[in-house]
Design a protein around this ligand. Sequence first.
Ligand code: DLL
Length: 435
Amino acid sequence: MGKYWNEEIECMAHEDMKKLQSERLVKQVKHVWDNVPYYKKLMEEKGVTPDDIHGIEDLHKLPFLSKADLREAYPYGLLAKPLSECVRIHSTSGTTGKRVVAFYTQHDIDLWENCCARAIVAAGGTKDDVCHVAYGYGLFTGGAGLNGGSHKVGCLTLPMSSGNTERQIQFMQDLGSTILCCTPSYAAYIGETVKEMGIKPEELTLKAGIFGAEPWTEEMRHEIEKLLGIKAYDIYGLTETSGPGVAFECEAQSGMHINEDNFIAEIIDPDTGEVLPEGSKGELVFTSITKEAFPLLRYRTRDICILTREKCSCGRTLVKMCKPMGRSDDMLIIKGVNVFPSQIESVLLKISKASPNYQIVVDRVNNSDTFEIRVELNDDMFSDTVKSIEDLEKKISNDIHNILGIKAKIRLVEPKSIPRSEGKAVRVIDKRKLV
Ligand code: DLL
């Protein structure tokens, strides 16, 4: 096995990829028109039929699909194959009332697992590796996706799921795990626990990590790499498009290659829906051109991102997406101001080199928003004088004010007092929504 899982596709000339995408798009549009009345109606409303779609140059004619459509069509309204041909479902947790159920035929599972195999091979994985999968198993796509990819590559697969961190570390040591797959926040937690247990990174056999499912910064990457003695790779995906593996990072660690033979990516202006040129920042939209059971066309992810076709040193020609820069819908509006958690993280990162553990708590008292940021003290910040703690609170508060134009109450809390996560980290507690 070489450097690529599928060299022909991963290094295909852009013109050839456009041809392949065009052929697949034309077929896919016909498939949904014939089999999904919900789509047919959306297309009719926009005045388009499959005859109008000759290739990717016509993609812009198709209607967008949003999370609201998925909710409306729940559970079977977007299904494009008979249920008897489906072999699996996955779903998001639905904690904010936005449950998404995705269906897969065996063909869809194979495509998905191949996408994950590409990610594992790009992270240096071969059949000689021991792939430790600590993403959650179950309805969440993380465990199943990486598990399937690891099988395809031929790694010895450890289906650990998340949780029971000391046992995870024990298995890593006993079975010689070489690749760790989990959320970045869980990787950081495992790293902290390894340190607390008095184990040095070089005593572990880990060489790489494949981390995704939530936003994480370059600083966090460096920290995890140091704690675990590995090279850390990003991986992106969403339940709606099958799960992890829509895009994956290569050794260049400078953005994620999108599996363009399966997904056409566009960047749009989230307000007007206008398609933006390469290099623009906007909302990421995906069209799945190979999935049979749940083929979403022009699905608005709400992830804010930039695409680039700059030549990559790894030799892959697949377009690259940057790390998602926030979501247009997890934007908080506090005292009328748009606030992204990533803006707060960037302030905290300037103050401490270590990636911060923090929580944003928003509430409404007497019709007015309250905004508190709990920041866990770490070794970089720790001090035993009350004065320097007060100074630190003041500095964070001023920096936040400079960036957002509103004041936040800063509460420095003791190390380890913000609950650690074994899955996606919970950064925002918005009590206003509970009322
Ligand atoms: O998180 C799928 C996944 C599992 C991806 C394992 C990577 C690894 P959902 O639960 O549906 O699916 O959440 C999808 O998570 O729209 C992004 O906002 C966010 N997300 C996923 N990967 C990344 C990443 C899985 N690498 C939503 N960086 C997406 C930042 C990410 N955000």
